[in-house]
Write a protein that binds this ligand. Structure first.
Ligand code: ZN
Length: 138
């Protein structure tokens, strides 16, 4: 069995951002030369997510509104976590959007559904953060 590991780095301009990382994950898969197997892709930070959904700007706006309703950023004082930090909302948003995705690899390609794309979801950005790509198979 072959195994491949790579870290992708991101530093967003905004506190919250969604980045389509499907092309980078596809590049990792090409580098791995694995034709049949699994890709695991996870955020390595507890205030960021990796998730799969549609690359549609209206939906991304809807996610922002939805997450702000569930875990509004402000006022920062509403959260017990925000004693030395101001990112409690980001921890909660990350938990809602999930830590990782697993995608099947078939015939050397990501075996995604018709509109599925892989996103990095940043909820406490403006600093360098990592995503792990681990691919196993043959
Ligand atoms: Zn924190």
């Amino acid at each position: 069995m072959k195994s491949y590991r790579k870290e992708l780095w991101f530093e967003t301009k905004n506190r919250r951002e969604f980045i389509n990382i499907t092309p980078q994950v596809e590049e990792c898969l090409r580098e791995s030369q694995i034709k049949e197997g699994l890709v695991l892709c996870n955020a390595m930070h507890i205030t960021a997510s990796v998730f799969i959904n549609d690359d549609e700007s209206g939906l991304h706006h809807d996610f922002e509104v939805f997450l702000e309703k569930l875990a509004p950023e402000k006022p920062h004082s509403q959260y017990k976590h925000n004693v030395f930090e101001d990112n409690a909302d980001a921890h909660l948003k990350r938990t809602i959007m999930g830590r990782e995705v697993v995608v099947a690899v078939t015939d050397g390609k990501l075996d995604l559904g018709p509109w599925e794309q892989i996103f990095y979801g940043e909820f406490d950005g403006k600093r360098p953060k990592r995503v792990l790509v681990k691919i196993i198979g043959e």
